[in-house]
Design a protein around this ligand. Structure first.
Ligand code: C5P
Length: 219
């Protein structure tokens, strides 16, 4: 509807984990369920946005009408994000992207050996940082931060280093927050480093709070 607050806005959301192959049957992954990213994509669509959701491996289903692109690895997520980003007005990077991947991917299943196995890992590309440096003045970029220690300082330095407009901090120190949980407890920092602290709530309601913060800075 034309009266919807995000009508006509092109929005990109990433969600879920990435899987980095070790061999044809094994991977390095993480505990991200995709719940927060899907809740955000649904809420942004409900607000009238034209949403593209780029999702890593997850069992989540979107309830709203949106464009979904499924990917597996950090490299695939990077490629998909780069092709969509130039056209977007608002981008929210909620995916838990692997920071490292196996340097060699074995073409056959690695056999059990007598000795220990050493895996060499190489860095993946930081998608959010790449988008941050490509960002145009009219584009809004929102990142997430999940830390186990000194979390507020890391969140603020992430905001500045990656050229973000908002950073959403979710702490693993709060019970019921973060991975797999249906609830989350967040703190949002804006560019002026002003802090908004929210109560623990259902991820659908957390998504509403994040969208309100986005609406405040969206023109
Ligand atoms: O620096 P850190 O990885 O903790 O930042 C987390 C934020 O960066 C999240 O928004 C996540 O989606 C994004 N990210 C990314 N690409 C990576 C690593 C993280 O987009 N390779």
């Amino acid at each position: 509807k034309k009266s919807s607050p995000l009508f006509g806005k092109k929005v990109l959301v990433t969600a879920g984990p990435t899987y980095e192959a070790i061999d044809p049957v094994r991977f390095i992954g993480n505990h991200s369920s995709g719940k927060m990213g899907f809740a955000l994509a649904d809420e942004l669509a409900r607000l009238g946005a034209d949403v593209t959701l780029i999702a890593g491996p997850t069992t989540q289903k979107a309830t709203q009408n949106l464009k979904r692109i499924d990917v597996v690895s950090a490299q695939q997520m990077y490629d998909a994000c780069l092709s969509v980003f130039p056209e977007t007005d608002i981008t929210v990077m909620c995916a838990a992207v692997a920071d490292y991947r196996p340097k060699q991917v074995a073409t056959q299943k690695i056999k059990k050996q007598q000795s220990d196995l050493v895996l060499e890992l190489e860095k993946t590309t930081d998608i959010l940082a790449s988008l941050g440096s490509a960002k145009k003045a009219h584009q809004i970029l929102v990142g997430f931060a999940l830390e186990t220690n000194d979390e507020e300082n890391y969140a603020k330095s992430k905001l500045e280093k990656k050229n973000l407009d908002l950073v959403v901090l979710n702490s693993l120190n709060d019970k019921g927050a973060g991975f797999r949980s249906d609830t989350n407890k967040i703190t949002i920092f804006n560019k002026a480093l002003e802090r908004s602290v929210f109560e623990m709530k259902a991820k659908a309601d957390v998504a509403k709070d994040i969208c309100s913060a986005i609406l405040k800075i969206a023109k």
